[in-house]
Design a binder for this molecule. Structure first.
Ligand code: BES
Ligand code: MN
Ligand code: MN
Length: 462
């Protein structure tokens, strides 16, 4: 029996090649054009689970894209880890900004470039390779259940029902997820919370048809102008959000909690340089780390209307639109915030336009405890493979299903992410460092070992 490290080192090239194979499948969940590819990707994940040594693995159909589920049960007396990840990816556009094809992965300077390289195929696949490593070396410290969904990037709309319908099958002691980021390889960290989300779409209608902007302009409200004014009014001069009631449930953190967040290594100049911005922006009296970690935000994700084609067309558009999302922090409730937003947006619209507000998917914020045996097992695993204690951080992104794991299955989650903030997730030239991929594969088995030990076992599957 070789050790975990020996096995994964011996199989390094294949582990990488197999990931590249998955990255070649354009499993874009948002675009129905890719439905067959998404299904093909689910099949591929199932095959990988079987090859890794799962007792069973299956593709479970849903009303949307399928969920892949597999398990390796070693002994009913051992604790059980439920691994969650997603095999679907964000759309790849704008295509012209990619240096190589989004679904033709290339390795350059130690980085894998492809859509989904980090979010989340690369990170999810580390668990499958870690499982293979544990099984093939005859050292599986915990029972392992693996659930990989195909709709995370479109709001996990069918996963809630799957959890409800499969409560028995999904019984576990902890959920383990690699779909977040760490500060850097030099400063490993573990996210101890995620923000929630409310996602709205607004439509502003002015006149009943597009008008000549010379004949009518200046006399009829331009819905694009009005939309910009409405959006601009949603932050005050301190960049606080002006939606009434928005902050009602937001709790101020204690000075000690804020200090802990700001103690994390962060270089503002580097941050600005990386993004090529002259300055940062945000809510007054909060630092950048606080603005992205513990404060709620309101952002325009897209705005359109009128003529956007080549050249100039003089037109006063009939309609203008925007997609607006709000990131939520603990105690804010997605549906409530969506309701407050809709009410406010309707109330500030002038009589010269009509507005329509619709809510897209949302999700609740989560905080994961850092004093739990599961978090400690993750911290010890990081310490083992990085030689450093991880820094707890609060992540800015959202994984809406995490709140449902607790609500439906009564399970807490550990966010053992190996991505980096500059991995360009959801953006052109998404990448994942080869080193992070292998570090993840190396670290994950130790999580299982230390988690089993926290239950009193010896971490050797006995
Ligand atoms: N993996 C991300 C979330 C994430 C990224 C968390 C980086 C922490 C650090 C996930 O796939 C994602 O993109 N979530 C969406 C929400 C979802 C409902 C589309 C998000 O955060 O915008
Ligand atoms: Mn993700
Ligand atoms: Mn994502």
């Amino acid at each position: 029996m070789s050790s975990w490290n020996e096995y994964s080192t011996e199989n390094k090239d294949r582990f990488l090649e197999e990931l590249l194979g998955l990255l070649r499948i354009p499993s874009v969940s948002a675009d129905s054009k890719y439905k067959e590819d998404v299904a093909r990707c689910a099949e591929a994940v199932k095959e990988h689970l079987l090859k890794a040594g799962c007792d069973t693995a299956e593709v479970c159909p849903t009303a949307g894209h399928p969920i892949v589920y597999g398990e390796k049960i070693v002994d009913a007396k051992l604790p059980t880890v439920l691994v969650y990840g997603h095999y679907d990816v964000q759309p790849a556009d704008p295509l012209e900004l990619w240096h190589s094809g989004p679904f033709e992965p290339v390795i350059k300077d130690g980085k894998i470039y492809a859509r989904g390289a980090c979010d989340d195929k690369g990170q999810m696949f580390m668990h499958i390779k870690a499982l293979e490593t544990m099984v093939k070396t005859g050292n599986v410290p915990c029972n392992v259940k693996v659930m990989i969904e195909g709709e995370e990037e479109v709001g996990s709309v069918n996963l809630g029902k799957f959890l409800q319908d499969n409560k028995e099958r999904l019984k576990a002691d902890i959920v383990l997820v690699s779909d977040t980021s760490m500060i850097s390889m030099e400063h490993p960290s573990i996210e101890s919370g995620l923000r929630g989300l409310s996602y709205m779409e607004v439509e502003v209608t002015g006149p009943n048809r597009d008008l000549h902007s010379g004949v009518y302009g200046g006399a009829v409200a331009n819905p694009a102008t009005i939309l910009c004014k409405l959006i601009a009014s949603m932050h005050d001069e301190n960049n606080h959000i002006t939606v009434p009631g928005f902050y009602n449930k937001v709790q101020e953190l204690s000075a000690a909690e804020r200090k802990a967040i700001n103690d994390a290594p962060f270089d503002l100049d580097e941050y600005k340089k990386d993004l090529q911005v002259g300055d940062v922006w945000g809510e007054k009296d909060y630092t950048t780390l606080e603005r992205t970690g513990i404060r709620p935000t309101l952002e325009v994700n897209g705005i359109w209307g009128g003529y956007t084609g080549e050249g100039a067309k003089t037109v006063l558009p009939s309609k203008a639109y925007a997609k607006i999302s709000m990131r939520l922090v603990p105690h804010q409730v997605s549906d409530e915030i969506s309701g407050l937003f809709a009410k406010h947006f309707e109330s500030i619209a002038p009589a010269s336009v009509k507005v329509k507000v619709t809510a897209h998917h949302g999700g609740e914020p989560v905080v994961t405890p850092t004093d739990s045996p599961a978090y400690q097992a993750a911290a010890k695993a990081i310490k083992t493979t990085f030689g450093k204690d991880p820094i707890p951080t609060r992540g800015g992104g959202s994984i809406p299903i995490i709140a449902l794991f607790e609500r439906t299955l009564g399970l807490k989650t550990v966010l053992l992410g190996f991505g980096l903030d500059n991995d360009n997730i959801h953006s052109p030239n998404e990448k994942y460092d080869v080193a992070n991929y292998f570090k993840g594969i190396e670290t994950i088995p130790y999580f299982h070992k230390y988690f089993a030990e926290s239950f009193g076992g010896n971490g050797m599957g006995i």
